[in-house]
Design a protein around this ligand. Structure first.
Ligand SMILES: [Fe+2]
Ligand SMILES: [Fe+2]
Length: 139
């Protein structure tokens, strides 16, 4: 049986994945300037990846007996590309921190499947973080 703490963290993860999938999709739509043009396709791809994360985590949460939230965490779009990407870097950092906690906790509870799912997702978030971070150096 998964602990209440693990279920809550999984639901927090679902809310954040829903948030960033909307956030990156809107940033993809509202980009401005030449640099924005260069990153819009990547933002679109990452938005879709986040949606898949939301679904996969929600499936796991439901399997463990939880009820996945439909409420995203607060979405921030931003006005300039710099504003957008600064926020995206922070959101990826928050996801990386939370997912490391989830892996730790799942392992402690003997839930190796959840740990394995989050190790895979963590790899994606580190790639997103790397992308946004390098982008920020250019704007
Ligand atoms: Fe994600
Ligand atoms: Fe991400």
């Amino acid at each position: 049986m998964a602990s209440r703490e693990l279920l809550e963290k999984l639901n927090d993860a679902v809310a954040r994945e829903l948030q960033v999938s909307i956030q990156y999709m809107w940033q993809h739509i509202l980009w401005r300037g030449v640099r924005g043009f260069a990153v819009q396709e990547e933002l679109k791809k990452i938005a879709i990846a986040e949606m898949k994360h939301a679904e996969e985590i929600a499936e796991r949460l439901a399997y463990l007996g939880g009820r996945p939230t439909t409420e995203p965490a607060p979405v921030f779009v931003g006005e300039t590309l710099k504003e957008m990407i600064e926020r995206d870097v922070k959101d990826e950092e928050a996801a990386i921190k939370l997912y490391k906690e989830i892996i730790e906790l799942a392992r402690k509870e003997g839930d190796i499947t959840t740990a394995r799912i989050f190790r895979r997702i963590l790899e994606d978030e580190e790639k997103h973080h790397d992308f946004f971070k390098s982008l920020l150096e250019e704007i």
